[in-house]
Design a protein around this ligand. Structure first.
Ligand SMILES: NC(=O)NCCC(=O)O
Length: 370
């Protein structure tokens, strides 16, 4: 049964405003009275309904230009819960997630998605809150040819889809929080490693893996120039900035985050980054409650659990954003983006001309030399 806290902010607003008020709310808060929705086939909609999957699709058009054709690309964000209890074997847990995700990707393919991003460490429970490392180590895998990459390469090729696969990487015994990019022919294209690791309360990741050492790669895929800012990196404005300076048109932010940890930031940070850096941002968070049995120092058992609030959304460079996906259900969010909007917004606001990057370069150099 749906409870009050299962509702997204958008659902609460929609339920409580009359149509005229809702239009006005959307105009001021989201920058558009009505976002263009994309029609999904009845088959797809009823399949999702039957399976309890939240599906939504929106379009972000750009103005018509004389010299450039529209550059439309269809992207998909998938949020999902784990399936099996966390005391099952690694193989059982991972295969169950593979089955679910494969079904969600089938739906994305039927909706015409060309670039798909999964949530942070999508193929495992987010066990880092247990503080235990060894017990879970078999979830860490090779970025180039681990089980998740092998599984997705086939699917990417079959569907001519670029797939971003955020995993826990094991590179010769060193762990990294890594996003693997697979191209539309199923080839491994490259990877990006999470630059900023949280060390706050139960989100203490520093003991698990190293901070990223790969800068701010932008992947020039067949469909768009894309980058990945992994979870906690969204709190760092310069992380977002560098992807923009390196040419990203879409930046994905796969995350694993809980309400107690700044849900009020969630709708702001990636949206602000889209406006500040003139690209599309895509925020993806897992759903569901994950429960772990942990051994204490005194050999007693204790239960640790975390509930993730989903709410994945897309923002355009002009600040317009989609409503969030469900806080509790698995979901697929589809966006048809006209990439021309990136330059149009930049030019309209004169953001390139006024950026004063040289001034900041000098001041940053000064600040870091103190
Ligand atoms: N996975 C991760 O970086 N979580 C941190 C929580 C947050 O930044 O919201």
């Amino acid at each position: 049964m749906e409870t009050q806290t299962d509702l997204t902010l958008d659902e609460i607003i929609k339920k409580n405003l009359n149509p005229a008020q809702l239009e006005e709310y959307n105009r001021i808060h989201y920058g558009t009275k009505n976002l263009d929705t994309l029609r999904l086939t009845d088959d797809l909609t009823s399949k999702c309904k039957e399976k309890g999957i939240d599906i939504a699709a929106y379009s972000f058009p750009a103005g018509k230009e004389e010299l450039r054709e529209a550059r439309k690309v269809k992207i998909g964000l998938i949020q999902h819960s784990i399936i099996l209890p966390t005391d099952k074997s690694v193989t059982e847990q991972r295969n169950a997630i593979f089955r679910k995700v494969s079904e969600l990707i089938d739906i994305a393919a039927s909706a015409g998605v060309q670039i798909l991003c999964l949530q942070e460490t999508w193929s495992m429970p987010f066990f880092l809150c247990t503080g235990e490392k060894e017990r879970w180590s078999e979830f860490a895998e090779s970025a180039e040819d681990g089980p998740s990459t092998r599984f997705l390469r086939k699917i990417a090729e079959e569907n001519k889809m670029v797939i971003i696969s955020p995993i826990l990487e094991n590179d010769n015994g060193t762990w990294w929080n890594t996003a693997v990019v697979i191209d539309e022919n199923g080839n491994y294209m490259g990877k990006h490693r999470k630059n900023h690791l949280p060390s706050v309360g139960s989100f203490s990741e520093i003991g698990f893996y190293d901070p990223g050492n790969m800068g701010h790669a932008v992947f020039d895929t067949k469909y768009a120039k894309i980058a990945v800012n992994i979870c906690y990196g969204r709190h760092h404005a310069l992380n977002w900035l560098m992807f923009g300076l390196n040419g990203a048109e879409i930046v994905f932010n796969p995350a694993a985050t809980i309400s107690e940890f700044g849900e009020s930031f969630w709708g702001i940070e990636a949206r602000n980054a889209a406006i500040a850096n003139n690209y599309f941002t895509c925020s993806i968070n897992r759903v569901g409650t994950e429960v772990f049995t942990v051994m204490t120092d005194f050999k007693a058992k204790k239960t640790v659990s975390r509930t993730y609030y989903g709410s994945s959304y897309i923002t355009a460079p002009n600040g317009c954003r989609t409503p969030a996906l469900s806080r509790v259900k698995d979901g697929l969010l589809v966006g048809e983006l006209d990439l021309n909007l990136c330059r149009q917004v930049k030019d309209q606001w004169g953001f390139n001309m006024t950026s004063r990057l040289d001034m900041y370069a000098t001041e940053l150099a000064h600040a870091t030399n103190k």
